[in-house]
Design a protein around this ligand. Structure first.
Ligand SMILES: *Cc1c(COP(=O)(O)O)cnc(C)c1O
Length: 498
């Protein structure tokens, strides 16, 4: 059974046991013997699956593996003397039912769409950013056809895949040159490897971040072969700390945007412009890892404040890196900005090939970036921006709509409440900012909040919310308008089942 799909073992109703030939051994009692006689043969079961509407279309190997597994488990259950075994367990109908159940789970996709009712906009566990329609359309157009991915249509010769986004990145940010890789972690790794292999990288102790999924700046540095030179203290680092650390071994001055936490109180950090000034004096490149990286100034639309990519480029940092799927609202990607020399050196690093961006990502990224030419348009068309800048009034309207759909005057078990809450940007972005939001709270009599949570999580599509004060809460900031009816259906089904 080595090749059987993982789900086969997961969904078994009878505990798995290894197959033995102990049925031939003495020591089994007469009940076991008569049950073993009832056990149908594999060929018989396979024969009857041919008449079954669902099973007739299942790939042969999967079906045979499943049949064998179900029969094996029943046999083992008999041999182990399971008390609850009954003759009914051996009927064709029962066995077919079990096979269908296992096959259904094996045939359904593991990666599924979910409804994000957490209020966390860039939710790393739920797929971070939703793509704009233009980006989805472009993926659609590029994926099923050949493209000029690495072909220069003007010269008829080989081209570079980065060409698709370099111009627009330079246009939007003011950078001289740009390239993109698989994600921002890859961008950081590649830059460190290119400019600081076996050399020292000076970083403030206040900026040695760990972001989710165990991406830690010191660990990435170690992998790149760069040597970490920490300066300052957790809460305060001064220009002099950097100055004192500089030597002929220095390869890079690195500033990391502390994107998922804030240091407050008695603090001091060296602003990028001072670091850039110092870098120029000592001829050491300065790199800023922005993490999220936004092209728009959020403070114009919301309580959010985040330095823009343009700020960093204007400050003349030699290298700027940021993510494609955090505040930018595009696909997973790592964007690297710099002057021509810098970007050329990075492109020539053999690691680039291992970290290169895929064509579907590139298609989505190009379309997303183009939307930024018109900021108003971008805010409406890019879901991440739309959700982050959405007014409380709009969210409240959605909450009332859902409440109206949920309320069932003739069913007193369900209580629907509207609750003030705060949602977050997420994805390690803007940790200190809370966006006022509205939740729809559910309580159902004789059903705990954790049962409601589990039931809705098991819905198709799964609905992911949170529990507070024994009420199941769904934050309306991240729920899409066309998902309200699906939520109402799921809750009504949940009521019927209770
Ligand atoms: C998120 C983040 C990264 C990693 O970016 P990915 O695109 O997730 O690989 C690196 N540095 C900082 C500061 C970040 O916030």
């Amino acid at each position: 059974m080595m090749n059987s799909p993982r789900t086969l073992t997961q969904s078994a109703l009878i505990p798995e046991a290894t197959m033995t030939d102990s049925e031939n051994k003495p020591g089994i009692n007469s009940t076991q013997q008569s049950l073993l006689k009832k056990l149908p043969g594999i060929d018989h079961i396979l024969e009857i699956t041919k008449q079954d509407e669902i099973l007739a279309d299942i790939p042969k190997k999967l079906l045979t593996d499943t049949v064998r597994q179900v029969v094996d488990r029943l046999r083992n259950a008999i041999l182990e003397g399971h008390q609850k075994l009954h003759e009914n367990n051996f009927t064709d109908t029962h066995i077919l039912g079990k096979i269908q159940e296992i096959v259904r789970s094996a045939m359904s996709l593991n990666l599924v769409r979910t409804i994000n009712a957490t209020g966390i906009v860039v939710h790393t566990n739920l797929g971070r950013s939703l793509l704009a329609k233009d980006a989805i359309d472009h993926i659609h157009a590029i994926s099923g056809r050949y493209s000029n991915l690495e072909y220069n249509l003007a010269t008829g010769k080989r081209g570079l895949r980065y060409t698709a986004v370099e111009d627009i990145l330079c246009e939007l940010t003011g950078a001289e040159s740009a390239m993109v890789v698989n994600n921002n972690a890859a961008a950081v790794l590649l830059c460190l490897d290119t400019f600081a292999r076996h050399r020292e990288v000076i970083v403030s102790r206040g900026e040695l971040v760990e972001i989710g999924g165990s991406f830690r700046i010191p660990d990435v540095m170690e992998k790149s072969g760069a040597i970490l030179k920490e300066v300052g203290t957790t809460n305060r680092t001064h220009l002099n700390d950097y100055k004192r650390a500089i030597s002929e071994r220095t390869g890079l001055l690195l500033k990391v945007h502390t994107s998922n936490y804030g240091i407050v109180g008695f603090t001091s950090a060296v602003p990028l412009n001072e670091l850039v000034e110092l870098g120029k004096q000592v001829h050491v490149p300065v790199m800023e890892d922005l993490g999220s990286g936004t092209l728009i100034d959020f403070s114009r639309y919301s309580p959010l404040k985040e330095p823009t990519v343009q700020d960093s480029v204007n400050t003349d940092a030699d290298i700027v890196t940021f993510s494609g799927d955090k505040l930018l609202g595009g696909p997973q990607a790592g964007i690297i900005l710099g002057n021509r020399n810098i970007i050329e050196k990075i492109r020539q690093n053999p690691l680039t090939r291992a970290l290169r961006i895929d064509k579907l990502t590139l298609a989505a990224l190009e379309s997303t970036l183009r939307l930024y030419r018109d900021e108003e348009k971008a805010i409406h068309a890019i879901p991440t921006l739309r959700m982050l800048t959405c007014s409380l009034e709009t969210i409240e309207k959605k909450a009332s709509q859902l409440k109206a759909l949920l309320d069932q005057p003739d069913d007193v078990r369900l209580t629907v409440t509207l609750i003030d809450s705060a949602s977050r940007a997420g994805g390690g972005s803007l940790p200190l900012f809370e966006l006022p939001s509205k939740c729809v709270g559910l309580s159902i009599s004789k059903m705990t909040a954790s049962v409601i949570e589990k039931t809705l999580r098991g819905n198709n599509p799964p609905i992911i919310g949170r529990i507070e004060d024994d009420i199941f809460l769904m934050d309306m900031r991240t729920v899409q308008s066309d998902e309200l009816a699906e939520i109402a259906n799921a809750v009504h089904t949940c009521l019927k089942g209770s």
